[in-house]
Design a protein around this ligand. Structure first.
Ligand SMILES: [Zn+2]
Length: 107
């Protein structure tokens, strides 16, 4: 059979230093068991700081101007903000989803 050449780069096996086989010495049994250190607190997952979800975060006030930071739903009209989901906006009222990439044209 011809040798199969794989496209994958060959991974060299990790070279490990050859272990010297030491003669087994009968060491005195260590009776002192190291006590594990007490955990400072019960392991609680650290609370992640969530972004502020309050309504005022949707507006930006500049002097006497108010600008909305979220787009409004095209179906529901003004007054219905769309939630920012990173790559898309969605309307919680009607479920309309607007992808941010769509602004560059159809994909
Ligand atoms: Zn809507």
């Amino acid at each position: 059979m011809p040798k199969k050449e794989e496209a994958k780069p060959k991974e060299e096996p990790k070279k490990e230093a050859p272990k010297k086989e030491e003669p087994k010495e009968v060491a005195p049994a260590e009776k002192e068991v190291a006590k594990p250190e007490k955990p400072e607190k019960a392991a609680k997952p650290e609370k992640k700081k969530k972004p502020d979800k309050k309504i005022h975060t949707l507006y930006k006030v500049e002097q006497d101007k108010v600008s909305r930071l979220r787009p409004t739903c095209e179906r529901c009209g003004t007054g219905y903000f769309m939630a920012d989901h990173g790559n898309r906006y969605t309307c919680g009222h009607c479920g309309f989803t607007k992808y941010k990439r769509a602004e560059n044209g159809h994909v």
